[in-house]
Design a protein around this ligand. Structure first.
Ligand code: AMP
Ligand code: GLY
Length: 433
């Protein structure tokens, strides 16, 4: 092992994804200390939460040096897009400390939709046809919209907290929204707008770990984005996840690897972009053929809460392979069981909601994993502190069984304004080719 046998790990982030990471990291024998910055009430059960602002890279460095951290794992995209990996690599005091995540150049795959689309087009990766526009060629944007059929897909180029995509039925409204985006509807993220062809199909999230040369395909998952039952109402950060996905069979995944994953890794290499971390490919299955909807440069949330419990091999060994470019030697093993994650949110989410509601029933479950997403400790009491509060994952022999167990566990959990979807996985239970 290249890593020390008593590792001090710093995990950055505070959501359900980070609790799932922390839970899995803490199981590794190689870990001496696990710190989570800033973490939540759930991560505090797996390690020590530390209060660091993730945008303050100097504070991260200080903590790493003071606490002899020898591995940093980055959960969310923002520090990556802002260049935390480059910050480490350019500083003599910390340059040799591995950071799991891509450089800022690699993080553009998520940080700029225009870059991501151009990258896919350079490397022949299947995705919706598109063009990009800015204020100076707004009229061309209108003309391009006129050549497309409804619905119209408009995407702000930059990070817009998951809100920068509009799917619009009428041409007039699409034109209006295009102008509004350029005039600052999503801030500077909308200075450039990608307009693309609408793809009709069923979505799935594929996760790739890479050391920049070789890669491993982690368990795939399906995410449930809308707030309402039957996938209705506004988009959220994710209301549930199922892994594995029945339509992601061997034939489909072979296409994903051959037409998307391998060309992506080869493309990064050809463009001399250093990439050591995760690539999350949001894809659309269009009549059996995969198309990339988006790249993310991190793991998904809530997908990670369904994916981690299915990984049976050691996660720290995977990080070691990523860090030292020996991922080809890592033996990834995965449970054949189905994981179902059901997210409990605060009433009002994704709009305004109240925080600070005491949560009860967290201790009782032996049949599910209760990952905290938006929780905090008030003294000894765990309270709500976010829109997505908990992600409850169960393993089962079928989707129905795994979802049923999560719903049973949720029945015993209580806080004022608890809301969840009881139909997670329903669409997949009877899925036929
Ligand atoms: P994104 O932020 O790129 O993931 O987009 C948000 C959501 O919009 C996706 O998860 C899809 O459900 C939908 N979407 C994005 N692009 C397209 C497209 N070209 N065709 C159909 N749906 C899309
Ligand atoms: N579940 C989608 C995301 O993490 O962006």
């Amino acid at each position: 092992m290249k890593f020390s046998s008593s590792l001090n790990v710093l995990l950055l982030g505070s959501g359900g994804r980070e609790h799932a990471f922390a839970w899995k990291i803490a199981q590794s024998k190689a870990v001496a200390k696990l710190f989570i910055a800033p973490g939540n009430a759930g991560t505090a059960l797996c390690g020590t939460n530390v209060d660091i602002n993730l945008s303050n890279f100097a504070a991260v460095k200080q903590f790493v040096l003071t606490n002899h951290v020898n591995l940093v794992v980055v959960g969310p995209e923002e520090p990556l897009v802002k260049g935390i990996v480059d910050f480490f690599r350019e500083d003599d005091a910390i340059r040799n400390i591995p950071v799991i995540g891509p450089s800022a150049a690699g993080a553009r795959l998520e940080g700029s939709k225009d870059f991501a689309k151009a990258f896919m087009s350079r490397h022949g990766i299947p995705t919706a046809a598109y063009r990009s526009f800015s204020k100076k060629n707004l009229d061309e944007g209108y003309a391009f919209l006129e050549t497309l059929k409804a619905p119209y897909v408009l995407k702000a180029d930059g990070l817009a907290a998951g809100k920068g995509v509009l799917i619009i039925d009428s041409l007039d409204e699409a034109k209006k929204q295009l102008k509004a985006m350029m005039e600052g509807k999503f801030g500077a993220a909308g200075n450039t707008v990608v307009i693309e062809e609408f793809l009709s199909g069923i979505e799935c999230s594929v996760f790739v770990a890479t050391d920049g040369h070789s890669f491993k395909i982690l368990p795939e998952a399906k995410d449930y984005k809308r707030i309402g039952e039957g996938d209705t109402g506004p988009n959220t950060g994710g209301m549930g996840a199922i892994s594995p996905v029945p339509f992601a069979d061997e034939a489909f995944m072979t296409q994903v690897v051959d037409t998307i994953v391998r060309p992506t890794i080869e493309g990064l290499k050809a463009e001399k972009i250093d990439y050591k971390g995760f690539i999350f490919i949001g894809l659309m299955n269009v009549q059996g053929k995969p198309y990339v909807i988006e790249y993310n440069v991190r793991m998904g949330d809530p997908e990670t809460e369904a994916v981690m419990p299915r990984i049976t091999s050691d996660l720290i060994e995977m990080f070691e392979g990523i860090a030292y470019r020996e991922l080809d030697k890592y033996e990834l093993t995965v449970s054949p069981k189905t994981a179902a994650t059901v997210v409990c949110v605060s009433e009002g989410y994704p709009g305004a909601y109240e925080k600070g509601k005491p949560i009860s029933g967290l201790e009782t479950s032996t049949q599910s994993l209760i990952f905290h997403a938006g929780t905090a400790l008030q003294g000894k009491q765990t309270v709500t502190s976010g829109g997505r509060v908990l992600a409850v994952t169960s393993l089962g022999d079928s989707i129905a069984q795994a979802v049923g167990t999560s719903l049973e566990t949720i029945r015993d959990i209580d806080y004022a304004g608890k809301y969840f979807r009881s139909d997670i996985g329903q669409d997949l239970m009877h899925w036929k080719k």
